[in-house]
Design a protein around this ligand. Structure first.
Ligand code: SF4
Length: 224
């Protein structure tokens, strides 16, 4: 990957007025909530980057760590642990002892969108950070997109046309940049409870990520 000087994250970013106002109102009502852009979590030198949609109201938006504090992270962190990407099978809070090895988790949209629905303009605005994260990945890295919005955001961040690489659960895409993009249905409560995404289905995709990047060293990388 080429060297990238753009920032991968800004906790004070207010480029999306609707989201900034939404977070300000949450901070006023719930001063114990993070209610700001949620930083990526995991190994800064990771060869696996997992991209979700955005923070959940009482999950990442509350705790300040992606997929932490609500249902969506349960299957994700259990599976990462099983595949050797995590030191613990659950993520409890931003200050817990969990370490990710060779794995980093981020969101396409860093701020909580009302009703979990970012506008196209908001996804585009946040692309600058995702592009910087993708640009900082090492050679041979794998990107796992959780859901179609994350998949499309990755392609947009890389300047690629969505029509050329269609989202599909379990699909693999060799991208011109050298990155390999894998897709999974999002590990949301809805998808898991309706069995659209089963534990076995998700485990299979993460196991494929593991196979693609190999075992490698278990870094001592810490959360950002
Ligand atoms: S969603 Fe992204 S671009 Fe928009 S305000 Fe939050 S951090 Fe900034």
């Amino acid at each position: 990957m080429s060297a990238v000087s753009a920032p991968t994250f800004d906790v004070d970013c207010v480029r999306c007025p609707r989201l900034a106002e939404h977070l300000a109102s949450i901070r006023a009502e719930r001063p114990d909530y993070h209610a700001r852009p949620v930083p990526p979590f995991g190994d800064p030198a990771a060869r696996l980057l997992i991209v979700g949609l955005g923070p959940g109201m009482h999950g990442a938006n509350r705790t300040g760590r992606p997929f932490t504090g609500d249902f969506a992270g349960i299957l994700l962190y259990q599976t990462l642990y099983r595949q050797g990407f995590g030191s613990l099978p659950e993520s409890v809070s931003a200050g817990d002892a969990l370490v990710l090895y060779d794995c980093r988790i981020t969101n396409a949209v860093k701020c909580l969108p009302p009703e979990n629905k970012p506008t196209t303009a908001e996804v585009r605005a946040c692309t600058r950070y995702l592009a910087a994260e993708l640009g900082a990945l090492p050679e041979g890295a794998v990107v796992l997109a959780l859901g179609q919005i994350a998949h499309n955001a990755v392609l947009r961040a890389l300047g690629l046309k969505q029509a050329a690489w269609r989202f599909g659960h379990g699909a693999e895409h060799q991208l011109p940049s050298g990155l390999r993009l894998l897709d999974s249905y999002h590990c949301s409560r809805y998808n898991t409870q309706t069995r659209r995404l089963t534990e076995a289905m998700f485990d299979s995709v993460v196991a494929r990520c593991r196979a693609l990047i190999g075992d490698g060293p278990m870094h001592e990388g810490r959360s950002s």
